[in-house]
Design a protein around this ligand. Structure first.
Ligand code: CAA
Length: 388
């Protein structure tokens, strides 16, 4: 049975800040951000948006392709949950008017949550071949103003419709996994900003990648030449490149150049949006598919998922013949091109106006709102969502 991604949906806030301007404000060299880290722009999330509104917006892109009689599962992978108990999937379920027969839940393991959700959905279709599942990977990456992680913030959601005989990508049952309890990046319960041992986290990312890559190639008797492209979890666009460079010397110069060219296509959206934690591997895959016209039907792509804490997983996907006609590439470019730039001062104001960790009522700033779903505020400790 062929199981995989039948449709993709993308959403990101309609505001962004230019990172060269942020660099100047912070007294850093702009080239450090755009070349050293590899980020040009960063999504700025107004208080009226969170992973629920972003996730629901991403599903809208393929809402017409969902067969409500077959839909059985909705899983959100996120590390920006809006409640310690209730799954964000239930708010999204109501906003999208999905059937009450759908199982709804949320999965957490740092940036791996989206992959965890995808693998669960894949297994669900193995057990129930006639069903469909929706996977949403959605996150708002926050480290804090003037921190070393600030340049790697971002926000967005990728939604995927999972079924048998998919139209875009088949997901193979070939995962190689590395799990280990480490303290490279985490977020204590009292705050919406993450803590990271920056350098250590980048070293562990590469170490985990090298381990799963070596075991994958040995287990399945393959080499780099078997893959048309490699896509990575992208906390920032330079990170995947650092990992890719460790294995490039195992192939010819021509193949190296092809893989590097495709890598640049896979990070195009990340450079403009930033880190979207659980969604970033899938933003990278979508960016590659939307922006590379040299890929062929039946090409195989290797995907490396990394969630701090930490888990690394390598698996592969194959392009379904005719996949290109099921992408909404122009729409995705329009989402990015039609965003509104804010100044560094405005970005700082918006960043600090977020739902507080407190019992008080709170009203979000509607002036910045854009999109089909809105978080209007918190009343009596309950979040208030509306479809516009
Ligand atoms: N021109 C060009 N390049 C420059 C430059 C200039 N003027 N100035 C500096 N650089 C280069 C540096 O040489 C360096 O390059 P290399 O990494 O290739 O050596 C790069 O810019 C970054 O410089 P620093 O290492 O000095 O940067 P930093 O100390 O400020 O921190 C960071 C960088 C560790 C990534 C930090 O942003 C951070 O902590 N980010 C959050 C954690 C993170 O993203 N970790 C990634 C792995 S964990 C993960 O993947 C999960 C997740 O999503 C968080």
């Amino acid at each position: 049975m062929h199981i995989g991604i039948d449709r993709f949906g993308l959403s990101t806030p309609h505001l962004y800040v230019d990172l060269r301007e942020v660099a100047v404000q912070r007294g850093d060299e702009p080239d450090k951000y755009t070349i050293g880290i590899g980020q040009d722009q960063q999504a700025v999330t107004p208080s009226s948006q969170d992973i629920v509104t972003l996730g629901a917006q991403a599903v809208l892109e393929f809402r017409e392709d969902i067969d409500m009689d077959r839909l059985g599962l909705l899983v959100v992978g996120t590390e920006s949950g809006v409640d310690s108990s209730k799954a964000s999937a239930l708010y999204i379920h109501r906003l999208l008017h999905l059937p009450s027969s759908v199982r709804c839940m949320e999965i957490k393991e740092a940036c791996y949550g989206g992959t965890g959700a995808l693998m669960m959905a894949r297994d669900y279709i193995v057990a129930h071949p006639d069903k469909q599942a929706i996977v949403i990977a959605a996150d708002i990456a926050r480290y804090g103003l003037a921190t070393s992680g600030e340049v790697t913030q971002g926000a967005g959601a990728i939604a995927m419709l999972i079924s048998k005989d998919p139209h875009i990508l088949e997901i193979h049952d070939d995962s190689i996994v590395h799990s280990e309890d480490i303290q490279d990046f985490w977020r204590p319960l009292y705050t919406d900003c993450a803590l990271a041992r920056g350098k250590y986290s980048t070293e562990k990312y590469i170490e985990f990648f090298n381990d799963v890559w070596e075991r994958y190639t040995q287990n399945y008797y393959v080499t780099l030449d078997n893959f048309a492209a490699l896509c990575f979890h992208l906390p920032f666009s330079k990170m995947g490149l650092k990992a890719l460079r460790t294995i490039l010397p195992t192939t010819s110069e021509e193949t190296q150049q092809c893989l590097l060219d495709r890598y640049q296509k896979s990070v195009y959206y990340c450079r403009r949006i930033g880190n979207v934690y659980t969604a970033s591997l899938y933003l990278g895959i979508l960016s590659l598919l939307d922006n590379d016209s040299t890929l062929q039907d039946n090409d195989t792509i290797a995907a490396f998922s990394y969630g701090s804490g930490a888990i690394g997983e390598l698996f592969t996907l194959t392009l379904v013949p005719g996949y290109a006609q099921y992408l909404h590439s122009e729409q995705h470019h329009a989402i990015l091109d039609n965003r509104q730039q804010v100044s560094v001062e405005e970005y700082e104001q918006i960043f600090t106006d977020m739902v507080p960790y407190a019992a008080d009522d709170y009203e979000t700033n509607k002036d910045y709102h854009h999109g089909s779903f809105i978080l209007t505020g918190v009343i009596g400790q309950e979040r208030q969502y509306q479809r516009m």
